[in-house]
Write a protein that binds this ligand. Structure first.
Ligand SMILES: [Zn+2]
Ligand SMILES: [Zn+2]
Length: 298
């Protein structure tokens, strides 16, 4: 286990299970000494996390994880050392929430076009903070008797995570029957917001979004990322190696994190990502945050 976990989520994200205070306490119990709560497009849990960590005798770095896109793909960009009250971040979050609402409507239309029956209020019952994902719609579909006997429903009924499996097999790729283009804000815009808030933009779990893709990575470097999460829960060993190399090539920071959410991703535990480079990673990140703080004052 590692004492450094720079990527965790609280219930202020639409998908985290625990409050910021609980996340801090769980991390501490797991032996984490330095952590970051990186909620999706929202910073309302930051101060609470920082305060709780201080009381617990550990460190919580103020952070956020923004949904963006680049080259037609979705990328998550974490901002470390942000001022959580900066207006640019709040605006980005607001725009993203509106976009997600649109996405939810498009997904429901698509599912109806595929011949499924469901009531919107049943879907909203499962959707956290009104953010409707396919898994929520599928849950309502499973419970609606009008779909009984539909082979595409029966196929997944006994799966452990029917909605998730249905999503991956029918909706995740362009060209598949249930695919809906998401339309996140451009990576440049997210990076600018993070910088405006005094933060360091770091690309999260690149291997999960693009495998090993040097060309797209360069685009993201040009867009302004200053670091890459080379060590994370979704990478194979060779992806750790690839993105460590990329970081060296472009002189970027390297970070590590578990992406702990609680029950959404039960197999991910705080501090579970070990790089063996913890000292160096934390030292360099601190130096960069300090420098960023100074440039802000001048
Ligand atoms: Zn992410
Ligand atoms: Zn995350």
């Amino acid at each position: 286990m590692s004492w450094l976990d720079l990527h965790m989520h609280s219930s202020e994200s639409m998908d985290g299970e625990f409050s910021p205070e609980e996340v801090v306490s769980i991390a501490k119990k797991a032996g984490v000494m330095v952590m970051a709560i990186c909620d999706h497009n929202i910073t309302t849990g930051v101060k609470r996390g920082v305060e709780a960590a201080k009381n617990a005798g550990i460190t919580c770095i103020p952070a956020v994880e923004l949904d963006t896109q680049c080259g037609g793909r979705n990328f998550h960009i974490i901002g470390y050392g942000i001022d959580p009250e900066q207006e640019a971040l709040a605006k980005f979050g607001e725009k993203t929430r509106r976009q997600k609402e649109q996405n939810g409507k498009k997904r429901m239309t698509k599912m109806r076009e595929m011949g499924f029956f469901f009531e919107e209020k049943e879907v909203l019952h499962y959707a956290k903070q009104g953010n409707i994902i396919i898994a929520n719609i599928f849950q309502a579909i499973l419970e609606d008797e009008r779909n009984l006997g539909n082979p595409l429903v029966e196929k997944y009924r006994n799966h452990d995570m029917p909605g998730v499996d249905f999503f991956w097999e029918n909706c995740s790729k362009p060209g598949s029957a249930g695919f809906v283009a998401e339309g996140n804000l451009p990576a440049e815009e997210g990076i600018q917001c993070i910088k405006a808030a005094g933060g360091i933009p770091v690309l999260a779990h690149p291997g999960a979004n693009m495998g090993e893709n040097a060309e797209l990575f360069q685009k993201l470097v040009e867009a302004g990322i200053e670091g890459v999460e080379a060590f994370c829960s979704y990478h194979q060993n060779q992806e750790d190696v690839f993105y460590t190399k990329m970081a060296k090539k472009y002189e970027l920071l390297i970070t590590q994190g578990s992406d702990f959410h609680g029950k959404l991703k039960p197999q991910i535990q705080p501090g579970s990502i070990v790089s063996g480079m913890e000292e160096e990673i934390y030292k360099k990140l601190c130096e960069r945050m300090e420098r960023q703080g100074k440039t802000d004052e001048t």
